[in-house]
Design a binder for this molecule. Structure first.
Ligand code: ADP
Ligand code: ASP
Ligand code: MG
Length: 458
């Protein structure tokens, strides 16, 4: 869908997003405040919850959490936030606001323990961003930046698919123009990533890690000239730097390559982040809020080099489902039935391979996710159609680059080096930007290290 906004009114706007570690404590927030202060183009700030808070809220949003545990969680969240506000001159008023939010959270948590609902789950999850954005607006004030809190739920209108809400782009564009843009004339807006609200005004969330996506959507709606994603690493690396010390930062990468990395699990960006940026051709910068002077990665449409191998992404907690039916032989419609069941349960398939009478599918099934997961109920429904086998504990490895299926020797360069590992499934050919396969979870780091050494260090 195209988003129509008037460019003349917007001027130079950078939307800057700070992730959880960047707003984890007072020192981290101060570093971010200076980043905003040092570049006048930074006009909209999108923050995640302080590090660790959303994980605590996920626990709180579950069914049957005992009262003592609920209290412990809420007090731990309060401790994280009050440890920041104690450094601020406006502490008293801000602490009152934080206490109000924690009180509201307590009520939602009590309700969840007695009458669980997905709607209330999202309400609970939203407190992390509500807290951090209120605090960060004040932190900006302390460094002399006119930062103001803005509740993104006024503009980020979504459907009511709680945990994985879809944003209404047309409403977002017109709301952002009407409610957000006029405020940018004389202040810096601090708002929340990850959350939105449905047509009834109930709070929704966009899926774990969704603040990157929120920031990109706001950049699109405001026709911003740049999007900056400030995180805890100096840009996008050739692979997750937590897996191998040899990983190195990439200066420049195309939208297409970076989007594949995000899709295939490079946690640095939420998978949907680059979709709005690509639609409006907004360059994206990824850098570290700990070392803003160290540079980072620029993601844009045109880049100078297009190497065959750009990076390796890893996505853990994959589930492989094999459905097998003799009826599939020479029959049509079987796959449609399988996919109807999956669609009904809002499950999306990542990889797929087929043989004569069986189909193998992979699902992202991460622990602690707020999105639909492959449950026993889905498996039982599939079993009414065919034989089903389910394997957990797998990791998806994707080699990302350019002309992957038009370059000779790619298969052997990759697989010759890892032929002592059990490769469970290979997908090659659907995209020119990737080749991916599954390995047992226990082997995943070693396979990535080995491939990185081969493809990037020689
Ligand atoms: P934030 O809280 O700022 O959103 P995330 O933890 O979501 O940060 O993402 C940053 C992390 O992504 C890094 O610390 C790094 O371990 C991980 N990561 C995974 N793949 C990559 C990659 N290719 N390049 C850089 N970081 C990566
Ligand atoms: N706070 C949310 C999460 O932890 C969103 C984000 O950080 O992007 O998933
Ligand atoms: Mg993130």
């Amino acid at each position: 869908m195209s988003v129509v906004v008037s460019k003349a009114r917007t001027g130079e706007i950078t939307v800057a997003k700070f992730g959880g570690t960047s707003v984890a404590d007072y020192q981290a927030m101060m570093r971010c405040a200076h980043i905003i202060k040092n570049d006048a183009c930074n006009r909209v700030v999108v923050v995640s919850a302080s590090a660790g808070v959303t994980n605590k809220l996920v626990r709180l949003s579950q069914e049957n959490v005992a009262e003592t545990e609920r209290e412990e969680i809420i007090s731990a969240i309060g401790n994280i936030q009050f440890a920041i506000t104690q450094h601020l001159t406006c502490q008293a008023n801000l602490d009152l606001e934080i206490a109000e939010l924690l009180k509201a959270l307590t009520i939602c948590a009590e309700k969840q323990a007695t009458a669980f609902s997905l709607q209330n789950s999202d309400q609970i999850l939203s407190f992390g961003e509500q807290l951090s954005s209120r605090i960060f607006a004040q932190v900006l004030q302390t460094v002399g930046v006119n930062g103001h809190y803005f509740d993104v739920r006024q503009v980020m209108k979504t459907d009511d698919l709680y945990g994985k809400a879809q944003v209404d782009l047309t409403q977002l564009a017109s709301n952002a123009q009407a409610l957000l843009l006029p405020q940018l004339a004389d202040q810096i807006i601090v708002t929340q990533g990850f959350i939105g609200s449905d047509q009834q005004g109930n709070t929704t969330t966009l899926g774990r890690g969704g603040s990157d996506y929120s920031a990109a959507l706001l950049a699109e709606a405001l026709q911003a000239s740049n999007l900056s994603i400030w995180t805890d690493v100096v840009g996008i690396f050739t692979t997750d730097p937590r897996i191998t010390e040899q990983a190195r930062s990439i200066n420049e990468i195309s939208f297409g390559e970076a989007a594949e990395m995000a899709t295939f699990g490079a946690k640095i960006l939420h998978p949907a982040t680059l979709i709005p940026a690509m639609r409006q051709d907004i360059p994206v910068f990824v850098g570290s809020s700990k070392e803003p002077e160290a540079g980072g990665t620029r993601i844009q449409r045109h880049v100078e080099s297009s190497p065959t191998y750009r990076s390796i992404a890893l996505r853990r907690e994959q589930t492989l489902v094999t459905v097998k039916s003799p009826q599939m032989l020479h029959a049509s419609g079987f796959l449609a039935k399988v996919f109807t069941v999956l669609a009904k349960h809002q499950l999306s398939v990542d990889l797929i391979t087929t043989s004569e009478i069986s189909v193998a599918l992979t699902f992202d099934n991460p622990h602690g996710s707020t999105q639909a997961l492959l449950t026993q109920a889905v498996v039982e429904e599939l079993e009414q159609l065919c034989e089903v086998s389910v394997e957990h504990g797998l990791s998806l490895i994707a080699v990302i680059g350019n002309k992957i299926h038009g370059t000779k020797g790619v298969g052997s360069s990759i697989f010759d080096k890892v032929n002592d590992f059990n490769i469970r499934m290979i997908c090659h050919g659907a995209s020119n930007h990737n080749l991916c396969f599954l390995v047992p979870e226990a082997d995943a780091n070693q396979v990535v290290e080995r491939l990185h050494e081969t493809l990037f260090m020689q």
